[in-house]
Design a protein. Structure first.
Length: 70
């Protein structure tokens, strides 16, 4: 029971302080000794690619509708 309470407090702290959490994950990935390192790196790359995709999609749709898309 106490273990689940500690986990809930840790998750709540991570949600309240996302910048601190990002810095901690960056440090953990830079060390490369954790078992979570591949997941952290893959998640970071995925988020970066999603942002690029959304920007390109927004540009493409803007051009499409601006220049007479039907």
């Amino acid at each position: 029971m106490a273990d689940s309470v500690d986990k809930a407090k840790h998750v709540l702290h991570d949600v309240e302080h996302p910048i601190d959490t990002a810095k901690a994950l960056e440090h953990e990935a830079a060390e490369g000794e954790s078992a979570r390192t591949p997941l952290i790196v893959i998640s970071g790359i995925t988020l970066f690619l999603i942002v690029i995709f959304v920007i390109l999609l927004a540009i493409a749709l803007t051009l499409y509708f601006e220049y007479g898309g039907k």
